[in-house]
Every structure is written in structure tokens, then in C-alpha cells.
Design a protein around this ligand. Sequence first.
Ligand SMILES: [Cu+2]
Length: 622
Amino acid sequence: MQTSTQLTAAQSPEQIEANNSRRRFVMGAAAAMVLSNLPFSRSVLANSISKGLTILSGKVFDLSIDYQTVNFTGNTARATVINQSIPGPVLRWKEGETVILRVTNNLDHDSSIHWHGIILPPNMDGVPEISYAGIKPGETFEYQFNVEQSGTYWYHSHSGYQEQTGMYGAIVIDPIDVDPVLYDREYVVMLSDWSDEDPSTIYAKLKKQSDYYNFRERTLMDLFDEIGTNGLTNTWSARSMWNKGRMSDRDISDVTGYTYTYLFNGNTPEQGWQGLFRKGERVRLRFINGAAMTIFDVRIPGLKMMVVASDGQNIQPISVDEFRIGVAETYDVIVEPQVDNAYCIFAQSNDRTGFTYGSLTSDMALEPTLPDMDPAPVLGHSDMGMAMAEMDNGTMQMDSNKSKLTDHSAMGHDAPDISTPKMSSDMSDGMSSGSTALGLAGLGSTSEILHQSSEFGPHVDMRAQSPKNGLRDPGIGLREHMSLYQRKVLTYADIKGLTPTQDKREPTREIQLHLTGNMSRYMWSINGIKFADAAPLELKFGERVRIVLVNDTMMTHPMHLHGMWSELETGDPDFIPRKHTVIVQPGSTISYLVTADAMGGWAYHCHLLFHMAGMFRKIIVT
Ligand SMILES: [Cu+2]
């Protein structure tokens, strides 16, 4: 009986990327950094090998988890891999079918695979200690569930730091009905980050020195430049805010291109993935951010991208030049190249410390022209959820003083959608905002932003006092791209479901969660409470609830709810889009609705791997 996984024949040979014979020279991460602002010359690239993704389709899949020695940088390192490859195989399912996935753990540690974004029973979700005990060394665990959705998803280890060392792969689910998206050809684009450093070493370094990988701190020369431009007083008041919190306005990401090599379908920038097209074709690119810690900004110079799906769910098509993809998010886009050429699919890290790319080409012999990375962004006051007026009044709550808020009079200046935040004294676990009338479904919360008493203490070094609405903000480093480069950047406000909202009920309560941390001590939490100390969040089966996320930190956090959809409130109650991962920008708030239609225990967490231990909650639906 041929039940097990097979190399698919469903794809045309061209669909399986066909450039295995190209030979190029593999360089290290350091060389990539040097090259990062230069177009690659073909001679430099002459010797490395670009590889494609393996695709498995069917109903029964055998997956193995093994150690493997890899060489992405010129040095060898140990990876953990699924079916001997990074990424693991693309799993191609069909909506309406039951899949069986037999996963054998050949590591000497526990392992797991979580099917990210897939709606399934809680014991099939693959999260150790919430779904099951994990997969022990030598053990085979059999997952079985009905596939009730279609689109682009992915899977990854939920054990330790295994995801960082290679345990991730794409899932593509064909719809049971006619696909509303028309296309002639498709490719998965899995973006990820690789380090030769052991992830526990990376984490230990961050714990000792949270800006260990950030080489963009301001220098004395920057200071003199700034004084020359803005004057001493302005410079001093701007600087003192950052200095008080021992923070840096260039602290965009914790782990950077200093240690990371960014991968495109498992290829380094020196290898350069290639995908073929014929001019006039509609090409569907299924972007997945499978990185552990890296948010990417993606564009294809010379091509408009029609975004047709977000987190696997069809959306009303929206034409953009660029989009930000948070860790664990997926976007499907359609491009229609009209001339024979090699187009660069360019993915730069949001801190601009590195990039990866692939090419969409009419001829494998063509090399694309690499664009320059955009300038490194600098955080502004609004990214800390602060109005300028507050800064001048000296009322920002970037403490070490852990006291109460001192002056409410100046707040809310740049936050028209959000009322004045307060400190809440009596909301025991801060999980419910109580009695006030809730904003309408799809339009977002009208409740006050309340800082819980648990948010005050040395474990939280910042609270956003006037968090801005994150919906229309393309994000730091992208805001000015229309005026500077005429590049339309996708925002969450642009995303509307393709099909009407299924659950049209109004939410009956709100849960306001603050994403918190002490950044200089590299401690992460929700409402100031780390996972180990937190009670589970309880939802009642069938209830319609709004989750309001407030980012009180300077980092962008991609928040992932397991088991249920996150219905992002983007302003149209009739076409609320469904997502599994929602990025919350620094100093911003965003909200989504959840229908608690999945009994059992589920994980809810920031998807940045090194934030996850603290910024995590168990959700129980009873
Ligand atoms: Cu986070």
C-alpha cells in the first residue's frame, strides 16, 4: 500500500525550482554584511549551489527529525532538520481530507511539530505541555486531523530553540472548491534566519547584554551631528529620554545580521534561489516568514504585488509595492511580469542589518539587479507610545521609578483613537475591562488603556502612555516610503476578508493585554507577568471576545493565538479578515475578535523565539 509520502508529481518540473546545477561560491555571514550594500557581481557568485524545496503531497506523511551538519557560512554547524532538509519539505494537503503525519524524533532531546495556523483538535496542535507531552527521543507520534481550511501555512518545532536551528517547513492546502485566486504558476517563498551560534548562546548573550547584537548605537560623532542640526537643547531633551531608560532609538531587533544569515527557501544570499516564469503569466508567491527572530520587508523592484491572502485566508486583492511580514505571518501575492527579465524578490530585515533574495526569472542565466537596503530606521517618540507634549512635561513613564503616572493632562495628543491610559488598581489579573460599552465589532475598542498594577516594578521598564492605533501604520522604517520612493506599503488597514464575516455578533467582553518587558534585562512578559507566574486566560466556549493588545515595549511583537482565528478589526465589520499572527508595533495598540469555538487548552504567545518563554499565556476554553 502506497500510503507514505511521495515526491510529488503534481508540480511541473519548472515549478520545482530548476537551478540545481548552478555553482556559486559560498561565503560567510561577514562577507554577506560587506556585500549588503553592493550589487552582487556575477564573478563573486560564481560557485555556490542554489537549491529548491522538496514537495510532499498526499494524506499520509512520514517525517523524521534528525541532527545534521550544515554549512551556510563557510563554517559547519549542527542543525536540527525535518526529512534531512532546511526548510523541511513543503506539505501539500487538500481541504476536506484527513491527514496523518507520523513524526519520528531521532534527536536525543524531546521534540515536537506544531502546525501553525491550522484549526485542529487541541491534542494535535503539537505544543509540549499544552497539547501533549512532546515527542520523546526515539518515539514516533502520529498526528491525525481533518483539514478544514485552505491556503498557505507552515509548521515548526515548538520545543526549545529547535526552530532556530532548522525545524520549519511550508504547508500549502488546496481548496476543496474552485480557488478564487487565478494563477498559472506558484512558488513557496520561505524566509528564515540562520546562525552558526547555538541559540542558547545567543539567548545567554542577550540576557547579559540586551543590545549585544546591535552595532547601531549612537556614537559621539552622531551626537555632535545632531547638536549641529537640532541644537543643544533639543538634542539633549531627546537624548535624555533614551538615556533615562538606558534604551537606544536604534534598537529595532534583538538579534541582527551580525550573527544571522538570512535564508530564502534555505538558500543564502550568495546562493540566490531562482524561480522561472514566462512573461504574461500570473505567478503566485506564497510568502512565509519562518524566521525565529527576524521581521522582513519584502518588495520586487519593477513588479506590483497583488496581495490576495493573509495568513492563509483570502482577502480582497490589494496592490502594493512592499509589505512587512512579521515572524510567522504568511502573505500570498500575485505578480504578472510582462517582460523577460530577472526580477529580484528582495527581503531585507526590518533593522536593515541584512537581507536575502531570490529571483523570478525568464531565463536561469540572468542575474537580477539587487537594490540597496533602505536606511536603518530610528525609533521616534511615538514608537514609545508618547506624545511630544508628554516628553516636554517630563511625564513619560520610562522608569526606573516604578511610580504611578504623574500627569494625565498632556496625554493623548497623538492618539486620537485611544483614550487616556490609566493605572488600574483593582483589576486583579487585568483580564477583563468590565462594564463600559464596547466598540462595535470590526471597528475596535473604545475602552481606556489601563496599565495593570502588575505592570509596575523593575521587571517592566516602560509603559506606553498614549499608544497609537497600529492599523494604518506601515511600521517603522516604512512610513515614508510613498513620499520617498513612491512605494505603496501594505498596512493592516488595507486587509479585508474576501468573504463576509462569519460570526457577526458583537463582542461581549474585552481582554486587554499589555506586551511588556524590561528590555535592558531581556525579560519579557504580558501585563508584567511572565508565563511561569501567570494564571491561564479563560474563555467560555462559544463566546465572542475582543482582545486588545497594547505594546508597552520598543520591539515589534508578532502575537500568535493557537486553535482559533484572530479576526483583525480593520474597520469593516462585514469583511473582517482572519489571521493567526498579528504584529503589534512599538507603542501601538491593535485589536481582534475571537470566537471561542475550540474547547481545550491552547498556547498564545509572541512568536519571537527568544521572547516566547515570558511573553506567553495558556488559554483555556471551557
Ligand atoms: Cu515579542
